[in-house]
Design a protein around this ligand. Structure first.
Ligand SMILES: [Mn+2]
Length: 416
């Protein structure tokens, strides 16, 4: 039975035009390929009654249109910045030079295969490219999944799914576990270790946002190291004000480093995970307050020292973040003890906000491409906040999160 007998009239009219276009471009030796619904149909997908779509490089547009007009087609409408339209009878043909994946180029055409389209053999876009283009064309305003699902089901064995996943889906997040203000001392031994044993199933790294100890003694730091030894992911910490209380902060840092914990103080570290490279810049930070209600670098030397230290910690954080950027992390986290924003302090008495955070830390975060800011210190604050530029901030003080840690998914920014 000739194929035409089983096809609808509209489909046959479109196929006739499609074959005319294919044969014309082939004869004129213009590089092209069949695209869109008819390419899917040619490869075994559901029938299409939409427009007829072809792709061809932008530099061939005039050549293609001239040849098609000489062969009985008409220009339709004005050219758009990604296609020109030609037509015959009621059938409209899109000649596309830019797909959602980018300009139609040599590489795309090389990936096409020659297939018979109702008796005319012509290059047809690869199933993988077809699917990726369709997925990337989805938007908030055009989100009909049924044609994609129909195509995906019919062409599943022709599709390079790894490429689809790579090009048309969100990358896997890097999973950052965090807690702060664990205030370890001998009385809390045995409390954390059992909860950290299998943390690698949930997270790629564990950040601790300061106040590891209660009174800042090396013995307490040892209790911390013993408990957090149980974590089977890298542990990165900053110290908090409690860890400075006994003047033993250097001894604490040394002990922790000896026990395999990374201590950040105006420094940064990177960790390569399955989902990409995690960069963490850390600083204890200091008091200062927030815009319009902050300590001023004015008056007594004591006041200048207080303010100056707050300002200095912020510039150290900024420098650490700048240095970190040269390691090209996929995801950047700023870790501090003091809060970079007042957003997460809501719940704390306003009178003490200047002692809980430092807006200059927030400015450093906003100016250096940070994806997530994590802090502690505000035991009565709230977990979630934002910097003025919209960077998510998480107050992971243990009394706030009420658990051994919280895990945050941070998605790598897509490399252009
Ligand atoms: Mn604390």
């Amino acid at each position: 039975m000739p194929r035409t007998d089983v096809l609808g009239e509209e489909l046959q009219r479109q196929l006739d035009v499609l074959k005319l276009v294919g044969a014309t471009l082939k004869a004129a030796e213009i590089p092209f390929a069949l695209a869109g619904g008819y390419a899917v149909w040619t490869r075994g997908g559901p029938e299409s009654t939409h427009d007829v779509d072809f792709v061809r490089p932008q530099e061939c547009v005039e050549d293609a249109v001239r040849n098609l007009v000489e062969n009985g087609m008409d220009r339709v409408g004005a050219p758009e910045d990604w296609l020109v339209k030609v037509g015959r009878d009621t059938v409209v043909v899109d000649l596309i030079h830019r797909l959602p994946t980018g300009p139609v180029d040599e590489e795309l055409l090389v990936r096409c295969t020659e297939l018979p389209v109702d008796s005319v053999t012509m290059p047809v876009m690869s199933a993988t490219d077809l699917l990726i283009s369709r997925m990337l064309a989805l938007s908030e305003h055009a989100c009909d999944l049924s044609p994609i699902l129909g195509a995906a089901r019919a062409l599943r064995e022709q599709v390079g799914w790894r490429l689809v996943r790579q090009e048309a889906t969100m990358p896997d997040p890097i999973r950052v576990a965090a807690v702060g203000d664990v205030h370890l001392a001998d009385d809390l031994r045995g409390r954390y270790a059992p909860l950290l044993t299998d943390i690698s199933e949930e997270a790629d790294a564990l950040l601790v946002a300061g106040d590891l100890t209660q009174h800042g003694t090396v013995e307490e730091a040892e209790a911390f190291a013993d408990e957090f030894d149980a974590a089977d992911v890298p542990v990165l910490v900053v110290l908090g004000n409690h860890d400075y209380h006994s003047g033993a902060e250097r001894g604490i840092a040394r002990l922790l480093e000896d026990r395999g914990v990374t201590v950040l103080e105006g420094t940064s570290a990177t960790i390569d995970t399955d989902a990409g490279r995690l960069g963490v810049a850390g600083i204890k930070g200091f008091c200062l307050g927030f815009v319009g209600r902050s300590a001023a670098d004015f008056g007594e030397p004591e006041m200048k020292a207080f303010t100056g230290h707050g300002i200095e910690t912020a510039s150290l954080l900024r420098r650490a973040l700048d240095d970190l950027a040269t390691d090209e992390p996929d995801v950047t986290v700023a870790l501090s003890h003091f809060s970079p924003v007042d957003d997460t302090l809501i719940g704390e008495p306003k009178e003490i906000w200047p002692f809980l955070g430092n807006y200059r830390l927030g400015e450093a975060i906003d100016e250096t491409g940070v994806d997530l800011a994590v802090h502690g210190h505000a035991h009565a604050g709230r977990e979630k906040g934002l910097t003025p530029a919209g960077v998510p901030v998480r107050n992971v003080a243990q009394p706030v999160i009420q658990s051994a840690f919280r895990v945050y998914d941070v998605v790598p920014r897509r490399s252009a």
